[in-house]
Design a protein around this ligand. Sequence first.
Ligand code: DAH
Length: 344
Amino acid sequence: MNLLQEIENIYKQAQIKFQSLIRESEIDPTKNEFIGKKGSLTHILKQLGSLSVEEKKIIGKKANEVQQAIEGLVIETRKRLQEKEIQAQIESEIFDALRPTPSKLQGGLHPITKIQMEIEDIFVSMGFHVMDGPEIETDYHNFEALNFSEDHPAREMQDTFYTDDKNLLRTHTSPIQVRALKLLTPPFKMIAPGRVFRYEEIDASHENTFNQVEGMVVGEDISIANMLYVMQQLLIKIFDKEVNVRLRPGYFPFVEPGFELDIQCFVCGGKGCSVCKHSGWVELLPCGLIHPNVLKHGGLNPNQWTGFAFGLGLDRLVMMRYGIHDIRYFNSSNLRFLEQFSQI
Ligand code: DAH
């Protein structure tokens, strides 16, 4: 092949190569391939010395033209790739709420929300109302009407965050009991799911922001047997299998008698782990018969009306259900954690 043809070929190759580039960082190495120190065109220029004057003139001219054309390709390609990059950036920054996203990026419900919805369905099927209450509560609803007097030692177990006007972030969903007593006409059954807050030292099983489902049944002649039956139904429906439980006395000022209903730890199968504080049991469902003072605060006559109440720890229930070993995942916004539940 003569040199002129070779130079032509180099140009054709350069055109194809520059057209195929997709990254700006590829431009310089490509330029060097053709017109760098060891480039193919440079190699030809080096051979000019051995040619006749006439040949030198023709081939040198052609080589110069091609060198300039390749420099032109470099400029053109740089412009093309920069524009492409800007376009890609513009496109990535446009927010189009209606644009379909790849399924992996589609949002899903938080596992707590999912189980909360399931629990609501279970209770609605048993004739319960679903109620709500404010997250910023009055001292009266959160403590006083629930039989925690101002200097009651049990308040200490529920330290929380106070606002300047002496309201507080509710420490539990139990204040909704008082609101329900005033709002509903007995006999009634209600649950009230919600977020609660405590000034806590945070670890694998304690958070400062967590979730509970309060429950309350008010009627005439309500007994512990009624309470246990409802608790049992709930656990069977939630876990879809036999759950080992134990009932112990527990103290809460707003119930008498009060109980702690524990379930055997699902994370370790009862052997002991950080979730169950190495006891094999997890406190899940504190409950009891409504204290007469609470009924009185709600405007009911405790000689006529009775009832039971419970406060389900929703975070722990979700941890048991899915074998999650650290409560801190729930508020972590960790997508690798959350994505696992978006398809369930
Ligand atoms: N509110 C209590 C707490 O957060 C839990 C509780 C205990 C709720 C007994 C109840 C109950 O309704 O009957 O510690």
